[in-house]
Design a protein around this ligand. Structure first.
Ligand code: TEU
Length: 568
């Protein structure tokens, strides 16, 4: 039917939280085993689990050398593996072992910025160096009182400054994220040349493509002051610039098109018009992209402040994207987002001993139905398949995420009271998704024998892979069944998306492919609800799967029920 990457399920691994392995006594001591940080041998040891789930592609969050100001999204060497994750030999083995299981691997391409510890940046600090132009250096402005001011008024993605003064070179450099993540200068063709080398390096090693970090903001057209009142001030000077599009086409023409690979772009603040340009078939820029709008329907200011959830809003946003793009990258979790059962689902809170609330399991299955009945390539984030929940942090000391600390500092400057700051951080912290994978009920959830780099969620005795593996009605086995169902049902994979009905709690849609027609019904509430009369006709058929196990609807939908009915 389709390109191979339209026909497979992607599993995202956040390596530092996936699986740490015990030292084997043979490996060099710096191979990162048994240190409380996941590693590549750990990933290899879990490939069978990924295969059994039904995934055919792995997206690997960064494993490159990095000082970890932003957990690997600050890269100091694109062509080497950080010793905490293992060695290049381990990585080559991972490619080979995955290939044996017909699993392909895509790498995380983080090229808006490097680490400040990257050799290019270190050299760039010398104004006379040929590397000076790899980054964006500018003299500051002088205030009337003679004080030095940054070159413009932009604000950053981590809620702080975007200009850092460097004593050594007497100028400021631009960093849209942390100060340890200086932005590359894409007006310099040499930088683009370097990126091409990096792409070829990984494609030649066996990578099947790239997830491209913040790929629509890499080209800065001008450094003029930004409009006041925008959340990220200055963004109009660098979001989706014409030259940004041109660079993507150039990378594709000169490198990517010569390999059997695909790209999925992470595109910041993207809207549908921009997305159509980035993913237009005739334009050859990206194959798919991640947008954010569906996860922000119950949030204010991107994803920081909660507001009421409405299923009708969710359906509206999904319809726009499902119908607006030829092919979607479908996701409801990743390493930057809250866990979906704690966000759209019924597990907002667990008991103090970690026991999940009543409808935790059923809502996890209902949300699985949501993701796996949308048109596009589904991306499942590690732990999602067992219904992992948000982290039960007790204080800011337990939070590692650089963004959460930035947010806290900003809110403090705005005199927002402590309890509100803490509530919003708990909801929005990216660490919610980053706690160690809960493999079993042994110490540290079977993730590591050593103290994990980030706390293990207290609920690991209730929610873990091992206990779900043998339990036919578990979330894990539901995911397996549902994935298998999707893979053999063309209508669910590639059928067109037709919205049917939604209110605050209910959402119905259909998928249609040739003669096949399926109806999906989802209840985002703890109430039993009647099927609205006018929708009754949509459910004449055989339920294929349901989060409650029911096989007939009888005019009602149970709390947190999700169901797929084959109409024809
Ligand atoms: O994220 C880009 C991004 O803009 C947001 O997701 C941001 O981190 C935040 O969530 C906005 O509210 C990507 C990576 O996925 C993220 O982990 C990195 O920190 C970031 O780029 C910088 O490389």
């Amino acid at each position: 039917m389709n390109a191979w990457w339209k026909d497979r399920i992607v599993y995202q691994i956040y390596p530092r939280s996936f699986q740490d392995t015990a030292p084997d006594g043979k490996s060099a001591p710096d191979r990162g085993r048994g240190d409380g940080i996941g590693d590549i041998p750990g990933i290899i040891s879990r490939l069978d689990e990924i295969k059994e789930l039904g995934a055919g592609i792995i997206w690997l969050s960064p494993v490159y050398r990095s000082p970890d100001a932003d957990n690997g999204y600050d890269i100091s060497d694109y062509c080497s593996i950080d010793p905490k994750f293992g060695s290049m030999a381990d990585m080559e083995k991972l490619f080979a072992e995955a290939a044996k299981r017909d699993i392909r691997i895509i790498m995380d391409l983080v090229i808006n910025h490097t680490s400040d510890e990257h050799e290019w940046f270190q050299k760039s600090r010398n104004p006379a160096s040929p590397y000076r132009d790899y980054y964006i250096w500018r003299p500051g402005k002088a205030a009337p009182n003679g004080k030095k001011l940054p070159p413009n008024n932009w604000t950053g993605f981590f809620m702080g400054e975007v200009w850092e003064y460097d004593e050594k070179s007497g100028e400021y450099y631009l960093h849209l994220f942390d100060k340890k993540q200086p932005d590359l200068n894409y007006k310099n063709p040499k930088v683009i040349g370097e990126i091409k080398k990096i792409l070829r390096f990984w494609l030649d090693k066996g990578a099947a493509g790239f997830r491209c970090d913040v790929i629509n903001i890499i080209y800065k057209t001008s450094l003029e002051d930004g409009k006041k009142g925008t959340a990220v001030r200055g963004i109009e000077h660098y979001q989706s610039q014409e030259e940004n599009h041109a660079i993507l086409r150039e990378l594709r023409r000169d490198v990517l098109d010569h390999y059997d690979c695909f790209t999925v772009g992470e595109t910041v603040m993207v809207d549908l018009d921009e997305a159509k340009l980035l993913c237009g078939e005739d334009r050859k820029e990206l194959d798919m992209l991640f947008y954010f709008e569906h996860l922000e329907i119950d949030r204010r200011i991107a994803r920081f402040i909660p507001k009421k959830f409405r299923a009708s809003k969710l359906l509206e946003v999904l319809t726009k994207w499902q119908q607006g793009l030829r092919w979607n990258a479908v996701y409801i979790e990743n390493h930057d987002q809250a866990r979906i059962v704690s966000h759209f689902g019924a597990a907002k809170k667990c008991a103090s001993d970690g026991q999940p609330p009543k409808y935790w399991e059923r809502s996890a299955k209902m949300l699985a139905i949501l993701e796996l009945t949308l048109r596009g390539t589904p991306f499942i984030f590690q732990g999602q398949e067992i219904g992992m929940t948000n982290f039960d942090f007790k204080s800011l000391d337990e939070v590692n995420d650089v963004e959460s600390h930035g947010l806290n500092a900003l809110m403090k400057r705005m005199h927002i009271p402590g309890f509100l700051r803490w509530n919003w951080i708990k909801v929005s912290s990216r660490d919610n998704a980053r706690t160690p994978m809960q493999w079993d009920d042994s110490e540290n959830a079977g993730f590591s024998k050593a103290k994990p780099w980030l706390g293990v969620n207290r609920n690991y005795r209730y929610i873990n892979y091992a206990s779900q593996k043998g339990e036919p009605s578990s979330v894990l086995n539901f995911y397996k069944t549902l994935i298998a169902l999707r893979q053999k049902t063309e209508c669910l994979k590639q059928g067109e998306f037709l919205p049917l009905y939604a209110d605050n709690r209910l959402m119905f849609y259909q998928r249609r492919f040739g003669d096949e027609l399926c109806t999906v019904a989802l209840n985002f509430s703890s109430r039993t609800l009647k099927l609205p009369k006018k929708t009754a006709g949509f459910f004449n058929g055989t339920p294929l799967i349901s989060s409650t196990g029911r096989t007939a609807l009888e005019g009602k939908i149970l709390p947190w029920e999700g169901v797929v009915v084959q109409v024809r």
